[in-house]
Design a protein around this ligand. Structure first.
Ligand code: FES
Length: 487
């Protein structure tokens, strides 16, 4: 019986991010073998792991809220708390039994080995007795290990772990999520199109594990594909832990050009000169993009269409909702129409793209440093949210320069990140000399951490980007660790 866990499951179990465990593995503080962490090894590294501290019960409650309709919950099922307690008790009981069985198996094997030596002496008989007694004492003396086993069993009830081959990346499927939804939420670049069972683009092969169809699909897999284990990730959820085989997008070249029509969900002022444009893609055609990329929006109107290319400010893990931070700009006719109130909630805009290579890349750096000026914060926000979803970056450093009065239009959001995460530092600065501001920020970022282990992401006006890039490269930051975009 395996006593090893995937990194995702181990992180969930002890209530830390995957990035924390991966850093410990790299530092030799936690041993990983063939991608798995031994449960005893985990207990050694986290001797005080407790179900109350890991937030598991809260997550169970939330998952249940999402999983069941109100009527079903009220009239048929016990309360979430009671169900959680029953599951935990059951898990503890099962873990106790499993440990006893393992120990008895080992004891019997040891006794057989001793007897095979044809014991004739009292000394050998004593040795056999002591071996059995030592083994029993070990079984009865490892209560905390039982507890960790029980927690693992409970987690298996509320979520399933999916390992993706050949990348080796993994994620958890919780609640009623499809495998596709769960993978996107975890920051994976899975291939998909409609997310509704029609296009076949999310086709993947299940190597092991059990799945259940949750969505009617009009797309037909061939008999050969079905025999080989192919299914549509958007139409199935995981019943048990899975290993699947599918390719993921690692670079902009892996993302096809797309065209769709999205509806304006909301237009909300973020400041006197900054507007949040919230678009929603139709259910049948989502936009596939990488965090940090841009799209071209088009507004049809009499006298000719208006177009503008803006960075997406939201995370691809929420692929139906597209956010943009639009600055008032006399030279941008589409922005002017938004500020003039000519576009209303419910109107439609054409979306073409995505474009740009301001992306995290397949190998996320342990430390990510973001330098943004004004609405250059938009693609940076997308990158940060994606990196958080993927739990791959260990330390974030955000420097935001405002060159106009409402330049820090989402300062509360940044402060909330800094308050919520130990490894997130936020620095705000103001000044209309953006080149000088960029140099100051670059210097502060270089002084604050290991430049060799950092990735640098710079977004803002041309003068800001040029100054920051010049100073970072001049200080020895390798060109491949620097990404920049103007906006
Ligand atoms: S994304 Fe189109 S069938 Fe799954």
């Amino acid at each position: 019986m395996s006593r090893s866990l995937t990194v995702s499951r181990a992180a969930q179990l002890v209530g830390v991010s995957r990035a924390v465990l991966q850093r410990m593995i790299r530092a030799g503080e936690l041993i990983q073998s063939e991608g798995l962490v031994d449960i005893d090894e985990l207990l050694r590294a986290f001797p005080d792991a407790r179900v109350e501290e890991s937030g598991i019960l809260e997550r169970v409650t939330r998952i249940r809220e999402e999983a069941f309709g109100r009527r079903v919950r009220e009239f048929v099922l016990p309360s979430p708390e009671l169900l959680s307690q029953r599951l935990l008790a059951q898990g503890e009981e099962l873990a106790e039994m499993r440990r006893h069985l393992q120990a008895y198996h080992a004891l019997v094997a040891a006794a057989i080995e001793l007897l095979a030596r044809r014991p004739a002496s009292a000394a050998l008989a004593d040795e056999a007795r002591e071996t059995l007694e030592r083994g029993l004492a070990q079984v009865l003396g490892s209560e905390s290990d039982n507890r960790l086993d029980a927690m693992t069993d409970m987690l298996k009830v509320v979520s399933a772990n999916v390992v993706v081959r050949p990348s080796g990346r993994e994620f958890l499927v919780q609640g009623n999520d499809s495998i596709l939804q769960a993978g996107l939420k975890a920051g994976l670049g899975l291939n998909y199109g409609c997310a509704g069972g029609n296009c076949g683009l999310c086709k993947a092969r299940v190597i092991s594990g059990e799945t259940r169809q949750i969505l009617h699909s009009d797309y037909s897999l061939s008999a050969a594909e079905r025999t080989q284990g192919y299914l549509l990730l958007c139409a199935h959820t995981a019943v048990s832990d899975l290993v699947i085989e599918t390719l993921e997008a690692g670079s902009p070249a892996d993302i096809p050009e797309q065209e769709l029509v999205a509806r304006v969900r909301a237009l909300q002022p973020l400041g006197p000169n900054t507007m949040l444009l919230h678009l929603q893609a139709p259910r049948s055609a989502r936009l596939r993009f990488l965090a940090g990329q841009s799209v071209t929006l088009g507004l049809a109107q009499r006298g000719g269409d208006l177009h503008a290319t803006w960075p997406i400010a939201s995370c691809p893990c929420d692929e139906r909702n597209l956010h943009f931070h639009v600055a008032r700009d006399a030279g941008d006719a589409l922005a002017e129409r938004l500020f003039a109130g000519a576009v209303k909630s419910g109107d439609t805009l054409g979306v073409h793209g995505p474009s740009g290579d301001f992306v995290l890349g397949p190998e996320m750096p342990p430390r990510a440093v973001f330098l943004a000026c004004d609405t250059g914060f938009a693609p940076v926000k997308s990158l940060i949210e994606h990196a958080m979803a993927a739990e791959a970056v260990e330390r974030f450093s955000l420097h935001w320069l405002a060159s106009r009065p409402d330049g820090h239009y989402l300062a509360n959001q940044c402060q909330a990140w800094a308050d919520a995460f130990d490894e997130f530092d936020y620095h705000a600065a103001s000044g209309d000399d953006v080149a000088r501001g960029a140099s100051l920020m670059a210097r502060r970022a270089l002084e604050a951490g290991d430049a060799g282990a950092s990735g640098f992401f710079v977004a803002g006006p041309q003068a800001f980007v040029d100054a920051a890039a010049r100073d970072l490269l001049g200080a020895g930051v390798p060109a491949e660790r620097l990404r920049a975009t103007t906006c």
